[in-house]
Design a protein around this ligand. Structure first.
Ligand code: ADP
Ligand code: MG
Length: 556
C-alpha cells in the first residue's frame, strides 16, 4: 500500500477543471471511453509490432450502470497501466497539461477544453464523489487500484484483477444523479460514441434482473462508411449511411467522399440534401469527429458558411477539437481544411455538370440555392460556381419543349444580339413571380427574349452580387420597362430574309378589313415594338405561329 500526493502546482486542479468543463457534463463519458479506445488501439499496435506477446482476445469496451450502488463503470481490455504508469499518467501528466492550458488560453474560460491536454480523465470528477481505477498492464506486473475523491490526495495499492485492462469506477455524486438513468446514458453513448472503432456494450442492472440476459449488440458501428475506401462502397452503402445519420430525411442528391492525408488528415462524407425551399434549409447538420469520436455538430468556423447546408461527417484528428471557438477561427489547419473542402465541393459540382448535365439540371431546384449561396459568400466559389451556375427559363419553350438551363456564358451567347442595353451590357431578363408577371413574360418571350426565373429569397442579393462581380451584366426584371433598357434593334438592321420571302410574308400579314388595316414590318418581323432580327429558324417558327394565328384572326 502506498499513499502520496498528486503533484499540483496550484492549489487544486479540480476547481479549474470544474470551471472549464462545466458547460457540458455529458462529455465525461466520451473522455473515459476515448481513453478506453486508446488503450485498446495501443494494444493492437504493440501486438502488431511484436511488443505485446500472445493473443489479446476480443477487445471490447463495457459501460455498466449500477443504479443501486450509484456507480458507472467503464471497462476495457486494453494495455492497462502498471503502478508506475498510473503515477505518471494519472497523477502527474494531467496536471502539466492543465497548466499549459491555463497559460495558453487565459481569458477564454467560457469555452470547454478537454482531451489532448491530458485533462480528459479528470472530467470524471465533474460527476463523481470518488473515482476508482482498477488496472492490470499487459506487462507481467501486479494489478493496482487507484482511488481519489477529488482532493489532491490519492491512494494507490496493489490489488487482484483477473483480466488485463482497466476498470474505471465512478461513484456518481448527488448533483449528477441524472446520470444514473439508463436512457440518459444510452443517449450520451449514441451521441458521442456511435462510430468508435472498438465495440462498446452498454449493460445495466435493471435489464439483467428482468431477463437475466446480456445485451447482444454493441451500441456503435465500428466501421462507419467514411473510414472505408470509396472503391469499396456502392451507391447503396452511401445511401444507407446517410439514413443511419438522418433517419427522417429524404435521400440525398449525391455525395462527396473526402480523403486527405497530406498536408493534414481529413476523412468524411458530405451529402447534398434535397432543398426545396430556402426556409427548409437546416444548418448545423454536419457532424464533426476526431478519430471517430463525436465532437460537435456546431461546425460554424470550421466549414465555410455555405457548406453548412450540406449534411454528413467530417473527421480530422488535426482539428484542435476540444478547444475554444475563437481559437479555431485562427487555426491554420482549420483554414486549410476549409479551402480544401470548398475546392472538393466545387470539383464535384463541376464534374457532375460536365459529365451528367441532364441530371445536374434535374437537381437544380436543390442545388441552385446552395450554389448561389456559395457564390455570394465565397469569392473563389463565385468564380468557379459561375461555370456551372444555371439560369432556368421562366417557362417551357413555346413548342412544348422542356425548360432550358443556361450558364451565364450560354445565356450571353443565346441572347447577346438582342439583349444589350445602351451601355453595352448584357441584359438578363428575369421574373420574380411566374403568375403575376405572366403577361410580361409572354410578351418578352414573344419578342425572342429569354426570361429566367429568379424567385427565391436569396435571389435579390444574388443578383446584386452578380452585377458587382460581372460588370458587363445587368439584371432587369421583366415587368420593368424593358424597351428603355434594350437597344432598339430596328435601326440599321439588315433583314435576313430574301426578297421572295419578304413578299410571301407581306402577303400573309397584310390583312385588310373594312376599317382596319394591319401592316406588318417584315424586316423587323414583328407587329409591335421592339422588333426582332429574325434568324432563319426563328423565321420558320414565326411563320408557323402566324399561320396558327390566322384562324381566329380570319374570323375576326
Ligand atoms: P489524454 O487522453 O489526453 O492523454 P487523459 O487525462 O484522458 O489524457 O488520460 C491521461 C492518460 O492516462 C492517458 O494518456 C493514458 O496514458 C492514461 N489512461 C487513461 N485511461 C486509461 C485506460 N483506460 N487504459 C490505459 N491508460 C489510460
Ligand atoms: Mg483522454
Amino acid at each position: 500500500m502506498q499513499k502520496g500526493t498528486i503533484q499540483v502546482q496550484t492549489e487544486n486542479i479540480f476547481p479549474i477543471i470544474k470551471k472549464f468543463l462545466y458547460s457540458d457534463h455529458d462529455i465525461f463519458l466520451r473522455e473515459l471511453i476515448s481513453n478506453a479506445v486508446d488503450a485498446s488501439q495501443k494494444l493492437k499496435t504493440l501486438s502488431s509490432i511484436g511488443e505485446a506477446k500472445g493473443e489479446f482476445g476480443d477487445l471490447i469496451i463495457e459501460v455498466k450502470l449500477d443504479e443501486e450502488k450509484k456507480t458507472i463503470t467503464i471497462s476495457d481490455r486494453g494495455i492497462g497501466m502498471t503502478a508506475a504508469e498510473v503515477e505518471k499518467y494519472l497523477n502527474q501528466v494531467a496536471f502539466s497539461g492543465a497548466e499549459e492550458f491555463v497559460k495558453k488560453y487565459k481569458g477564454q474560460n467560457e469555452n470547454a477544453i478537454i482531451g489532448k491536454f491530458g485533462l480528459g480523465f479528470y472530467s470524471a470528477f465533474m460527476v463523481s464523489d470518488k473515482v476508482e481505477v482498477f488496472t492490470k498492464s499487459f506487462k507481467e506486473e501486479p494489478a493496482v487500484r487507484w482511488e481519489c475523491d477529488g482532493s489532491p490526495e490519492y491512494m494507490l495499492e496493489e490489488t487482484e484483477k483477473a483480466d488485463r485492462g482497466t476498470d474505471i469506477v465512478l461513484h456518481i455524486n448527488e448533483e449528477s444523479a441524472e446520470f444514473l438513468d439508463a436512457e440518459r446514458i444510452r443517449g450520451i453513448l449514441n451521441r458521442f460514441c456511435r462510430f468508435l472503432p472498438v465495440p462498446i456494450y452498454f449493460r445495466h442492472k435493471e435489464e439483467k434482473n428482468e431477463e437475466e440476459k446480456e445485451e447482444v449488440a454493441p451500441i456503435n458501428n465500428t466501421q462507419p462508411a467514411w473510414k472505408k475506401k470509396p472503391a469499396d462502397l456502392t451507391a447503396e452503402d452511401y445511401q444507407n449511411f446517410y439514413r443511419e445519420l438522418y433517419p427522417y430525411n429524404e435521400p440525398p442528391l449525391f455525395w462527396i467522399h473526402l480523403n486527405v492525408d497530406y498536408p493534414f488528415n481529413l476523412t468524411g462524407i458530405l451529402y447534398f440534401p434535397k432543398i426545396k425551399q430556402s426556409y427548409e434549409i437546416q444548418k448545423d447538420k454536419i457532424q464533426l469527429y476526431s478519430n471517430q469520436v463525436f465532437v460537435t455538430d456546431e461546425v460554424k468556423d470550421i466549414v465555410p458558411e455555405f457548406l453548412m447546408l450540406l449534411h454528413g461527417v467530417i473527421d480530422s484528428p488535426d482539428i484542435p477539437l476540444n478547444v475554444s471557438r475563437s481559437y479555431l477561427q485562427g487555426d491554420p489547419n482549420v483554414k486549410k481544411i476549409n479551402n480544401h473542402i470548398t475546392k472538393k465541393v466545387a470539383d464535384k459540382l463541376e464534374e457532375l455538370f460536365n459529365k451528367e448535365r441532364k441530371e445536374f439540371e434535374g437537381k437544380w431546384d436543390s442545388l441552385g440555392l446552395f450554389v448561389k449561396y456559395g457564390m455570394m459568400t465565397d469569392d473563389k466559389f463565385m468564380e468557379r460556381g459561375n461555370k456551372f451556375h444555371l439560369f432556368e427559363t421562366a417557362t417551357n419553350g413555346g413548342d412544348g419543349s422542356e425548360k432550358k438551363f443556361y450558364t451565364l456564358e450560354e445565356y450571353r451567347m443565346a441572347t447577346e444580339t438582342l439583349q444589350k442595353n445602351k451601355e453595352g451590357k448584357l441584359v438578363i431578363l428575369y421574373t420574380t413571380d411566374l403568375v403575376q408577371q405572366d403577361a410580361y413574360i409572354k410578351g418578352a418571350e414573344a419578342k425572342g427574349y429569354v426570361v429566367v426565373k429568379l424567385d427565391t429569397i436569396i435571389d435579390p442579393s444574388f443578383i446584386n452580387q452578380m452585377e458587382m462581380k460581372w460588370n458587363e451584366v445587368h439584371f432587369n426584371r421583366v415587368d420593368a420597362d424593358i424597351a428603355d433598357n434594350l437597344i432598339d434593334k430596328q435601326e440599321n438592321q439588315e433583314s435576313v430574309l430574301s426578297k421572295d420571302e419578304e413578299t410571301a410574308l407581306k402577303g400573309l400579314f397584310d390583312i385588310k378589313m373594312p376599317g382596319l388595316t394591319m401592316t406588318v414590318d417584315v424586316k423587323g418581323l414583328s407587329t409591335e415594338a421592339p422588333p426582332v432580327v429574325a434568324t432563319r429558324p426563328e423565321f420558320t417558327r414565326r411563320m408557323k405561329d402566324m399561320a396558327s394565328l390566322s384562324g381566329p384572326m380570319g374570323s375576326f
